[in-house]
Ligand binder design. Structure first.
Ligand code: LMR
Length: 353
């Protein structure tokens, strides 16, 4: 009886395996030929990670760049964009790029400064004062020279993108007079010069990664931050930081970069198509940055709980006076040739405006 029972189970198992085998054979052989799969083995995938939302100047630019490259290379190069820090954050994206775990990132200039201190030239306050000046600086020789420096880090620097001007958002009261900064825990990006600026104004600067800012506001570890309107609005920081001072005290922009060995491994025509895509979208990128920051500001103006302030000339003068010695001291950390180049591009002769 026992042998009969075991034998029966063995027969059933063989029978079921035969059915599964037959079924797999039929489904594989009946797969239609998919001509879109043709050449898949030749496709080049570029993983592009960044930390902000998709509806920001950088988010939009990354998507547009992916589309352009796809078009120009007839689908041979696919750029996969990962926004919102879903893959890497400010602190680990650089290493991930160098390890070729991802092939592209576009950090703010301020975040490159821990690797290349001279990039702090773009963190100097109140030097670039209009969108025209910003475009001129970010698309001129200073861009080329700073991007070339990335070679020391085995990184291929490709292009600068803009996110316009930074403002101050605060929780408890508006920041207008220099005295309002006194002991204010303010979040800044990780740049010595940014920390020094806010320390000079009397605040307590705290450098954190973008992905941690919301928690730090909630936990009251920080009570203010300097950021662009599009970054403030797209992340909903204004739900806590309801006072926004339009100060335009500094600029924010991005360095689009690629892992250098990966870049060197691309065919020359693909490299050229990537460069062409970035050049072609450059004017569009500057326009989008202005438009998105304006649009986000208009949205913020419709929110009753949010108050927007503009610095008066007197208030701005007082901030500038407090910061004035930062320019002459900056040669401690910024190679003078970059500072001079910035001054030349802005046609500033005596180092101040
Ligand atoms: C920030 O950390 O505030 C910004 O750098 C985020 C970004 O990439 O725009």
């Amino acid at each position: 009886m026992k042998y009969f029972f075991t034998g029966g189970i063995v027969v059933i198992l063989i029978f079921v395996s035969l059915i599964i085998y037959q079924d797999r054979r039929t489904s594989i052989s009946s797969l239609p030929y998919d001509d879109e799969q043709n050449g898949l083995e030749d496709q080049i995938i570029i993983h592009f990670s960044h930390v902000v939302a998709e509806n920001t100047p950088k988010g939009l630019a990354a998507t547009k760049f992916a589309e352009l490259v796809h078009e120009k290379t007839n689908g041979k190069v696919i750029i996969r964009v990962y926004p919102n820090g879903i893959l890497y954050n400010d602190y680990n994206e650089f290493e991930a790029l160098k390890n070729n775990d991802i092939q592209m990132i576009a950090p703010t200039f301020s975040k490159v400064t821990s690797y290349l201190p001279s990039w702090q030239v773009l963190d100097l306050p109140f030097i670039i004062e209009s969108e025209d000046e910003l475009k001129q600086v970010l698309s001129g020789p200073l861009q080329d020279q700073l991007l070339a420096q990335l070679g020391k880090q085995d990184i291929k620097g490709l292009k600068f993108w803009s996110n316009g001007f930074k403002q101050i958002a605060s929780n408890d009261y508006p920041i207008l007079e220099v005295e309002d900064f006194q002991n204010l825990p303010i979040r800044v990006m990780n740049s010595e010069l940014l920390k020094e600026q806010f320390a000079r104004l009397g605040a307590t600067p705290i450098a954190t990664s973008f992905g941690e800012v919301y928690n730090e506001i909630e936990n009251k570890k920080i009570k203010a931050q300097d950021n662009t309107i599009s970054n403030l609005y797209s992340k909903g920081f204004h739900t806590y930081e309801k006072h926004i001072t339009l100060s335009n005290h500094g600029i924010m922009g991005y360095a689009v970069m690629m892992n250098e060995s990966f870049w060197n491994g691309l065919d020359k025509d693909i490299q050229q198509q990537i460069v062409e895509a970035l050049n072609e979208m450059s004017d569009w990128q500057f326009e989008q940055s202005i438009l998105l920051n304006e649009k986000s500001l208009n949205e913020l103006r419709t929110i009753d709980a949010v108050s927007i302030y503009t610095l008066t000339d007197e208030q701005k003068k007082a901030w500038k006076e407090k910061l004035s010695s930062i320019y002459s001291n900056s040669n401690r950390i910024i190679d003078d040739s970059y500072y001079k180049l910035l001054m030349e591009q802005l046609k500033i002769s005596n180092g101040t405006k």
